[in-house]
Design a protein around this ligand. Structure first.
Ligand code: ARG
Length: 263
């Protein structure tokens, strides 16, 4: 859901993308630049990342991700929950593959959307779901408001999801993961201008692109040192050179979130 697929801006972006692809080809063992997962990365399982949840419709069709932070609480993106109701959503844990029927399916008894949220590009993209059924899986811890140092530029972050494996591609049946470096705020500001709200967002990705979250990964985790530090939110296309992924800067919202998680 929620594309933010604004029209490609300039020929310069296209040229940069082509240049990055050429560089990737030169460094690759094979001459084929295969489209890669999440975009870029590899398959994994909910056994390896038990706190990664599928957020689905009532028919268990996945449309976003989420992170289990207590047996009955899931952190996700506000933009995933807009227009949803407790009866329209399910949370599925312990299911590595979209076409699986295993794991635990829970109904949602409460949807809290950050009341200040309007649009992902305005920030505040966070929501907390309360589950009707406890999830029997290991939870993730999330950053506290004082841990702002985790976003130091260049820090390795892990992204996870079932989203599309290329900008206009299709979703991955199996959960995927990749690592991306945190991007300096100044650099992200030059990419996105006023759409980058520094207090509420953090960017991650390579300047040459190639590895990123994409459509369907939203709401899922950005982990730093194994701790939930961001929520997949938006980006210009996916994995484009010069346009890193944008994640909710969770330290800004951790007190607000904790009130919900502990309620
Ligand atoms: N908004 C998308 C979603 O709802 C996530 C997009 C992330 N884009 C990116 N280039 N990192 O699934």
């Amino acid at each position: 859901m929620f594309g933010l697929n604004r029209a490609r801006k300039t020929a310069a972006v296209l040229a940069a993308t082509a240049a990055a692809a050429t560089t990737a080809l030169l460094g690759a063992p094979n001459a084929v630049a295969a489209p890669q997962p999440i975009v870029g990365g590899s398959t994994t399982t909910t056994t390896a990342y038990p706190f990664v949840m599928q957020i689905t419709d009532a028919s268990q069709n996945q449309f976003c991700g989420g992170t289990l932070v207590s047996a009955t609480k899931v952190i996700t993106a506000a933009h995933c929950m807009v227009g949803e109701s407790t009866s329209s959503v399910r949370v599925v844990g312990g299911r590595t593959n979209l076409n699986g029927t295993n794991g635990t399916v829970s109904r949602v008894s409460k949807i809290w959307i950050n009341p200040s949220y309007t649009d992902a590009t305005k920030g505040k993209d966070v929501a907390v779901l309360t589950l009707a059924t406890s999830m029997p899986y290991t939870t993730a811890s999330y950053v506290t408001s004082s841990q702002t140092g985790v976003y130091a530029a260049g820090t390795t972050a892990r992204i996870l999801g079932w989203g599309t494996t290329s900008e206009n591609g299709s979703s991955s049946n199996q959960l995927r993961t990749a690592t991306v470096p945190v991007v300096a705020d100044t650099s992200c500001k030059s990419s996105y201008g006023s759409d980058f709200v520094q207090t509420d967002m953090v960017c991650a990705g390579y300047s040459s692109g190639g590895v990123d979250t994409c459509q369907g990964d939203s709401g899922g985790p950005l982990l730093i040192g194994g701790v939930l530090a961001g929520i997949t939110s938006w980006g210009e296309g996916c994995a484009e050179a010069g346009y890193p992924g944008v994640y909710t800067r969770l330290t800004t919202f951790s007190s607000l979130v904790a009130t919900q998680v502990n309620s």
